[in-house]
Ligand binder design. Structure first.
Ligand code: ADP
Ligand code: MG
Length: 621
């Protein structure tokens, strides 16, 4: 038996693994189980696809055997196995070109190198983090001779003939100091559940089970074998093999939710990238939906092996309510969070997933309207956030969002609002800023009611910010009715301009209100109210300014509203004939203050308001 040298690259890799990966030594088990699972996949494939292997027995299983006394663990599989040549080439050299490239980029600077390590699979050699000697006994499927490979991970390895009853591979680890913590059946069970619960083959653990012997008052140890994984990568099975209950059960296990999901979407991509996604929408919005530190609901798997469940880059933030799984064939097993951020594979998966998820929402909106209403009741708002953040899917999102409206009970889509547009209507109108009740009683709505034009009621606190950035729905303009410009839309060319006859009153109002208004104009949008306020196109509304200040933003410039008065209103008409009287000053202020109040703006000087009101009351009583 002669000592063989590791290829230089293997030595480099071993150095790196032992020195850079120390923070997570437990991943050795994930790597070895993943190799066993690969070996089983390979043999299964051969027994199906290759006539020469068809007759071979295939009894797939992975066995972990713990010997606490000897401080050893074996990981055995009934997979494809390795012959002498395989052992030398697979476990003594690095065959994968990706890893070779990686190693050639190493600088020798441990810090930089450990950042790079996330870019390739760590694999078999990671076991040297926890073992000072590793023995591999393997017999290749279809061959009689078995072989033993032994190494301490430093001085090279030996290969010699051995015996093994059936084809497969047994890996024996002699734990080192670092590895001793894993000579514990609870710990092993926990690690298998964490990383390998959904490996498709059963994983058994054989260990010394302690049981309390009440008669002899001592604990008895018996050798016990238990299956430790669920062995069901359900999402990898074809859809038609899965029942509703299968899907619901998996949902509950991945989400921790005890209720059934609202719906799910299971897809498999084959082509330049291979991956499976199974997304669920919970029936109730997660409790942390509006918290900055929300929990990510989608878990990342690579080849059925669990990788991480806290990667915010898997889906855009506005889809944070989605639960489920992304299982990729193309990412490396130990892909790190830093790598994910700029990984092209993940970027493609994410882009395609968002398209599919939004497509499914659309599909449900069209074909299951009742279900869609339940969905909207929980998730309309995060979709609006998407309008703000996801420019590429803006059109799709605009179709999905629902709005309260003056035209219908419940909610409506923009498409339906478009269908209800009147001849000559210049756009789809909406009002923002305040509660639904406040908005519905706004004087700004009066003219639209009169003309029977629909106005969408946008009462979410983010609506003004979101929709001020969205000018169009397809070809149709989206217009806020509290803007000075929307007044133009309402002008009736056949009616004479009222500005001239109102001039004395407008002058009085401007002189009295001075700095408190930007302008005072004759309104075309009022029916029952004497006055209203509007803002300029690019400026936040008065309510928005108030909200921003309340949120602690100090440097909001004091933007002034434009006051509009209703030329046809009795008060305005009377006031026009009495502009010279002192009471006209009070009336001027009251016109502004009532308009502010109707928009939910708090008056700066309530005492002055009450005094004026009382003077006017006194005169009229
Ligand atoms: P990877 O799994 O990414 O190829 P590893 O370092 O984990 O890299 O394994 C190296 C190679 O050793 C594998 O590609 C495989 O050919 C072989 N191998 C490892 N473990 C087993 C096993 N249990 N059965 C058969 N072959 C194995
Ligand atoms: Mg591997």
């Amino acid at each position: 038996m002669s000592k063989r040298e590791f290829q230089t690259e293997v030595n480099q890799l071993l150095q790196l693994i032992v020195h850079s990966l120390y923070s997570h030594p437990e991943i050795f088990l994930r790597e070895l189980i993943s190799n066993a699972s690969d070996a089983l996949d390979k043999l299964r494939h051969l027994t199906i696809a290759d006539d020469a292997y068809k007759a071979l027995p295939f009894d797939p299983r992975i066995d972990l055997e713990l010997d606490e006394e000897k401080q050893t663990l074996t990981i055995a599989d009934t997979g494809i196995g390795m012959n002498e040549e395989d052992l030398v080439s697979h476990l003594g050299t690095i065959a994968r070109s990706g890893t070779k490239n990686f190693l050639s980029q190493l600088s020798g600077d441990a810090k930089k190198d450990s950042n790079l390590i996330g870019q390739f699979g760590v694999g078999f050699y990671s076991a040297f983090m926890v073992a000072d000697t590793i023995e591999v006994v393997s017999r290749k499927a279809g061959e009689e001779q078995a072989w033993r490979w032994v190494s301490d991970g430093k001085s090279g390895f030996d290969v010699s003939p051995a015996e093994r009853a059936v084809a497969g591979t047994t890996i024996l680890l002699h734990f080192n100091e670092e590895g001793k913590q894993y000579a514990n059946s609870w710990r092993l069970r926990e690690i298998v559940k964490k990383y390998s619960n959904h490996i498709a083959f059963p994983i058994f653990l054989t260990y010394d089970k302690s049981e309390w012997n009440a008669e002899e008052k001592k604990s008895d140890k018996t050798r016990a074998t238990e299956q430790v994984n669920a062995a069901s990568a359900l999402w990898r099975r074809p859809k038609n093999e899965l029942t509703e209950d299968d899907y619901k059960e998996l949902y509950k296990s991945v989400s921790g939710d005890s209720q059934d999901p609202l719906f799910w979407l299971h897809t498999k991509a084959e082509g330049s990238l291979e991956y499976t996604t199974l997304f669920y929408v919970p029936s109730k919005a997660p409790l942390d939906l509006y918290q900055a530190e929300y929990k990510v609901g989608v878990k990342l798997y690579v080849k059925r092996v669990f990788i991480m469940d806290d990667a915010k880059e898997l889906l855009p933030q506005y889809l944070r309510f989605v639960r489920g799984i992304i299982d990729s064939e193309d990412l490396p097993l130990n892909v790190s969070r830093e790598i994910l951020q700029q990984n092209r594979v993940l970027t493609s998966i994410r882009t395609a997933s968002v398209k599919k998820i939004l497509g499914e929402f659309k599909n449900i909106a069209t074909n299951q309207p009742e279900l869609y209403l339940q969905f909207i009741a929980e998730y309309n708002r995060p979709l609006k956030e998407g309008l703000y953040g996801d420019f590429t899917n803006r059109e799709a999102l605009l179709e999905l969002i629902r709005f309260k409206s003056t035209a219908v009970e419940g909610v409506t889509s923009l498409a339906d609002a478009k269908g209800r547009m009147k001849e000559g209507q210049k756009g789809i109108y909406y009002i923002t800023g305040g509660s639904e009740a406040l908005l519905r009683s706004s004087p700004l709505l009066e003219i639209y009611k009169k003309k029977d034009i629909e106005v969408l009621i946008l009462d979410d606190d983010i609506d003004e910010i979101v929709f001020s950035g969205i000018d169009k729905y397809g070809e149709i303009e989206l217009k806020a009715i509290n803007k000075t410009s929307t007044g133009e839309d309402l002008k009736d060319e056949t009616e004479p301009d009222k500005a001239e006859e109102l001039k004395p009153l407008l002058d009085l109002l401007k002189a009295t209100l001075g700095d408190h208004v930007k302008d005072v104009r004759a309104s075309v949008r009022l029916a029952d109210s004497p006055s209203c306020i509007v803002s300029d196109e690019e400026e936040p509304s008065m309510q928005m300014q108030q909200m921003l200040r309340a949120m602690g933003q100090k440097d909001i410039p004091a933007l002034k509203p434009t006051l509009e008065i209703n030329p046809d209103h009795e008060i305005v008409k009377k006031l026009l004939s009495r502009t010279a009287e002192p009471i006209a000053q009070d009336a001027a202020w009251l016109l502004l203050d009532q308009a502010l109040l109707m928009e939910g703006v708090t008056l700066k000087d309530p005492a002055a308001f009450v005094q004026r009101l009382n003077r006017v009351m006194n005169l009229s009583l």
